[in-house]
Design a binder for this molecule. Sequence first.
Ligand code: NDP
Length: 499
Amino acid sequence: MTITEPAGTRTASTFDSLNPRTGAVVGTHPIASAADVEAAVARARTAAAWWGALTFAERKTRLNAWKGHLTRKIGELAEIMEAETGKPHGDAMLECALAIDHLSWAAGHAGKVLKRRKVPSGLVMANQKATVEFAPLGVIGVIGPWNYPVFTPMGSIAYALAAGNAVVFKPSEYTPGVGIWLAQTFAEVIEKPVFQVVTGMGDTGAALCRSGVNKVAFTGSTATGKRVMAAASETLTPVLIEAGGKDALIVDADADIEAAVDGAVWGANANAGQTCAGVERVYVHERVYDDFLTQVVARTKELHATNDAGAKIGPITMPSQLAIIRRHIDDAIAHGGKAVLGGPDSVGERFVQPTILVDVPEDSSAVTEETFGPTMTVTKVKDMDEAVALTNASRYALGSSVFSKRNGMKIAEQLRVGMTAINGVITFAGVPSLPFGGVGDSGFGRIHGPEGLKEFTYAHAITNQRMKPLIALTTFQRTEKAEEQLGKMITMLHGRGGK
Ligand code: NDP
C-alpha cells in the first residue's frame, strides 16, 4: 500500500485518509501549500513543452506503456481504492478496468481526432487552403472526487495527456492514496513529470485553480463547482465542470419489467448510491407500476450494506453525507411519502441500508436534491409524456435510463440530459467514444470521446493562400468592381434563402 508517511504520524502539514468501513488510518499524506502547487505547475509547464512537442505516435507509445503497467498492477490499485472508499473489491476492479480502457482509447484516437485537417474554404475564399488542428492547452489542473477516484479523474487525465498536455491532479482528501499511486506508476514508465499529484484539502484545490494552469477539470458538487469557477475566473482560466446528478429511470408500459427492475436496483444501489449518474428517481407507467414496485422491493431486500467480505454494498465514504441521506428520507416522509423498504432507520453510523420511497411529492428534497445514497423514489405516471416532463423538471441533467421495447429512442430523444441508456443503466460511461457530461446544474464540458479530447485543446485555424483571389477583398486596393462582384456572388449564393 502506498503511503508517503508512516500511517498515523499526522502533523500540521499532513492529513490521514481513513478506511470508511472501520475508521482505521489507511495513509498519511502531505497537505500541499499554494507554493507546493505552484512548484508542481512550474515543473509541469517544463514537462508540457517536451510532451506537447512529441508526435501523437510517440505519446501513444508512452501512454500504452503506462496502460500495460497499470493493467499488470491492477490488483494493487483496486486494493488501495477498496481501503480508501470501502467499495467492494469487484467494484474497484471494474472501475480500474474501465479507466484503463478509456486510457487506451484516448491514446489510440488522439491523433485522428486532433491532428491538422483540411476543411472546405467556401466559394468566397476559394483561393485559400483552410486547415484546423487542435493544439494542447499546456497544463491541466484536475480536481477529482472520491466516489470513483480512478475512473472519473481518468476521464480528464487520460484525455488531457493524450491531447498533449501535462496534468497536475488534486485527488479528493478521502482518496489521496489512489492519486499518489497513479502518479507513481506513471513516473515509473514515463521519464518526465508530465503527470503529477498534489494532495491536500479544499485549499489545495483552490490553490490549483489560481495557479495559472491552462484549464481546470473539476468533478464534485455543484456548490464547489461554482467556487472553482469563481476562482478560475480571476485568471480567465477555462473550466470543465462535472457536477452531480439526480438521474431518472423511466419504465414504459411495454418494458421488460425484470430488466428494468435489475437496472433500477443496480443503478440506485451500486457503490452505495454514491454515483453521479446513479439512479435516484424512477418514473413508471401506471399499467406496470404495481408489478415493478413489487419486484423492485423484493430484489432490493436481498441487498445489505455491511462490512462482510462478500457484501455487494459498502459504507458511505464521506461521513457528512449520512446527514444528507437522512434529511432526504425524513423530508419525503414528512411530506406524505412512504418508505416501502428501509426508511430513516436505514441510516447507520457508517452504512446505509437500501431504501425505496413512494408517493413522494416532486418538490421534496428527496426528488430535487442529489442524495448520493442507496435510495430511490418510485413514482407512478399516466404516460411517457409525464415521465419525460418530470425527468426534465430537475435542475440537474446528467444521465438517464429508459426501459421500453418499442419507444426507447423516441423517449430518449425528448430528455434534456447529457446521456441516456436505453434498456440498461450507465452503459454510456463504458463506451470510450461517447462524450460524458451534463447540462444545467450537472455542469458543462465533456470528458470521453472525441469531445473529451478536444476539451483539453484549442482550435488553431490556418488559411494558406494557394493562388491570387478572383475578387481581392482583404486589401485597401479593393475596387468598386470587386465590391459589385461580391454583391452579385452573395446574391447568387444566398439570395434565394427563405423563398
Ligand atoms: P466537493 O465538491 O466539495 O469536492 C470535490 C473535490 O473538490 C475534492 O477534491 C475537494 O477537495 C475539492 N475542493 C473542495 N473545495 C474546493 C475549492 N474551494 N476549490 C477547489 N477544489 C475544492 O464534493 P464532496 O466530496 O464534499 O461531496 C459533496 C457532494 O458532491 C456529494 O454529496 C455529492 O452530492 C457531490 N459529488 C458529486 C460527484 C460527481 O461525481 N459529480 C463526486 C463527488 C461528490 P477535498 O476533498 O480535499 O475537500
